[in-house]
Design a protein. Structure first.
Lengths: 125, 131
């Protein structure tokens, strides 16, 4: 029946879309692990008060917040937003000195969350 | 109000993952021709040879941001009539009126639902008065 064709097509499209989104999500998480590591190294190497380093790490957090939310990784996105807010405050204060460990810890939390999400997906697959 | 079908969209965002999601959502979900690029500057280059029906612009981008890109489009008689929709994080929704006053036809809040984006874009398109 022609009336049934459209919904079936919609369902197939929707299933195909969800499948592709899952793959994009996997790639995002896999990429995030070394990116977090690179950010921690960058953080350790940067001079206290280096506005450019803080801005770059903030941009990284902004990207994870946005992409994470669109891809359905709510906790990861919230963690990235918290990191972003902390970095904004530090940039406004003009100093990193006292907070380097706390920021490294937050990046580590992002990495742990990404690892946990990936593990869940592997188990599901 | 005419209802010329929406056939092509240009999506501009510096986030490659979100570009890929939008391309899929609109292409697979709606059968549109979707092109994407990562900056306002690149969008203007692409628009010198191609005219999409609709442009979706991220607001926060390094370099030429969304509002800056829109201003450049509106200043060009060849491109000024292409409708522009902004995609912006919920935190910036308070600026909605400002974005609309710049000439955007609508605002889509980020994060959007990839499974519903195509419908949202079609609804916006149907609400636009086409010449």
């Amino acid at each position: 029946m022609p009336e049934e064709r459209a919904p079936r097509t919609d369902l197939r499209r929707s299933a195909a879309l969800e499948n592709q989104l899952e793959q994009i999500g996997n790639r995002f998480l896999e990429r995030l692990l070394p990116e977090c590591q690179a950010m921690v190294i960058r953080l350790e190497a940067c001079q206290p008060g280096s506005a450019q380093d803080l801005a770059d790490i903030e941009m990284f957090a902004h990207r994870i917040e946005g992409s994470g939310a669109v891809l359905g990784f709510t906790t990861l996105s919230e963690q990235a937003r918290n990191l972003q807010e902390q970095l904004q405050a530090l940039r406004a204060a003009g100093s990193l000195a006292a907070s380097r460990l706390a920021i490294a810890g937050q990046i580590g939390s992002l990495q742990n969350e990404a690892r946990a999400l990936l593990a869940k997906r592997v188990l599901r697959a | 109000m005419s209802h010329r079908p929406l056939r092509s969209v240009l999506y501009v965002d510096d986030e490659p993952d979100i570009r890929e999601v939008v391309e899929l959502s609109l292409g697979l979900g709606s059968g549109l021709k979707v092109a994407t690029c990562g900056s306002g500057e690149h969008a203007l280059q692409m628009l010198s040879t191609w005219r999409p029906d609709l442009i979706l612009l991220d607001v926060m981008m390094p370099g030429l941001d969304g509002p800056g890109t829109l201003a450049r489009l509106r200043a060009d008689p060849e491109l000024a009539r292409i409708p522009v929709v902004f995609l912006t994080a919920k935190a910036l929704q308070a600026e909605r009126q400002r974005f609309l006053s710049l000439g955007a036809v609508a605002i889509i809040a980020k994060p959007f639902d990839p499974l519903k984006l195509a419908g949202e874009v079609q609804t916006i398109w149907q609400g636009i008065e086409h010449a």
